[in-house]
Design a protein around this ligand. Structure first.
Ligand code: KMH
Ligand code: ZN
Length: 277
């Protein structure tokens, strides 16, 4: 078993700054968070951005500025979200790739998402996957439900391996409408992941109160970790998360206990096939 790849997802598209004042929403807040999380042991930053009113946006200029600022100030692998918010149109989500990220998320199917629907049609998935192949962007395949792993198998069989040849999956568990954030569900996914191309890696994140069971199950199954305020706003019963750093520090602690210390950014690049800058 290798060390642990730790991804921080600091912002997301679902929480408001008014409700969660500690959420990093400006470029300065995002860069400061990213630097501190890197120092603690994160290797990837999964990025959603906000506009001047702290609302989710896929504005192309802001995306480009964000990629440039994160690359200048950190060694983190910059992974832009192509998922955006459930209200974002497909064209804007595809255009995220124009901002020049090293990695981007690529969700493998439609899922009910609380009151909304996170729409990911097959043709759209194929578009994202093939454009990433053409542009040298390494995808992280986001999985919200077991059947989406079957979609990933179909995608790879029909359209080939991603850029760099390495397949990396992120299990997003415990979304209201998706698979539960339990050890049983993670094991069920792990059984299917084993049928994906040799060397496929996976990370997992549990939304809300499934954060801890998913983190422990993922480490036990040889998986990696995603943490951050996109997914988790309560640190313990009755205790709000104070910062993304607090969540990364906890993940690093668990990874060390499991004797799988955090991968450096260089090790993460090698594992995932993300070119060295
Ligand atoms: N905000 C969700 C609707 C991704 O980043 O690719 C989609 C999401 C997945 O967070
Ligand atoms: Zn996201």
């Amino acid at each position: 078993m290798t060390g642990t790849l730790i991804t921080v997802a600091p912002t997301g598209a679902e929480s408001s700054k008014a409700a969660v004042p500690a959420l990093p929403v400006t470029l300065d807040e995002l860069v400061a968070t990213a630097k501190e999380c890197e120092a603690l042991g994160a290797a990837i930053v999964h990025v959603h951005i906000r506009d001047d009113r702290a609302e989710p946006t896929l504005d192309q200029g802001r995306l480009r500025d964000t990629v440039a600022a994160l690359r200048q100030s950190t060694g983190l692998i910059v992974q832009l979200s192509s998922g955006g918010a459930v209200t974002d149109p497909e064209a804007d989500r595809l255009a995220v790739l124009d901002a020049g990220p090293e990695m981007a998320s690529c969700t493998m199917g439609t899922v009910n998402f609380g009151d909304g629907v996170f729409l990911n049609r097959w043709e759209f998935i194929v578009d994202l996957h093939t454009r990433m192949q053409e542009r040298g962007i390494v995808p992280e395949y986001e999985i919200f439900d077991l059947g989406q792993l079957t979609t990933l198998q179909m995608l790879l069989a029909k359209h080939g391996l991603p850029y760099g040849g390495h397949v990396h999956v992120d299990l997003v568990m415990g979304v209201p409408g998706g698979m539960p954030g339990t050890a049983d569900a993670l094991v069920a996914c792990h059984r299917v992941i084993r049928d994906l191309p040799a060397g496929t890696t996976f990370s997992a994140t549990g939304i809300g109160r499934s954060t801890l069971p998913v983190m422990l199950a993922s480490l036990a199954a040889g998986g990696h970790l995603r943490v951050g305020m996109e997914d988790t706003l309560t640190y313990a019963k009755g205790r709000a998360v104070e910062s993304n750093m607090q969540l990364v520090a906890r993940a690093v602690g668990f990874a060390q206990l499991a004797q799988r210390p955090p991968l450096t950014t260089a090790e993460a690049r090698e594992l995932l096939g993300v070119p060295v800058r």
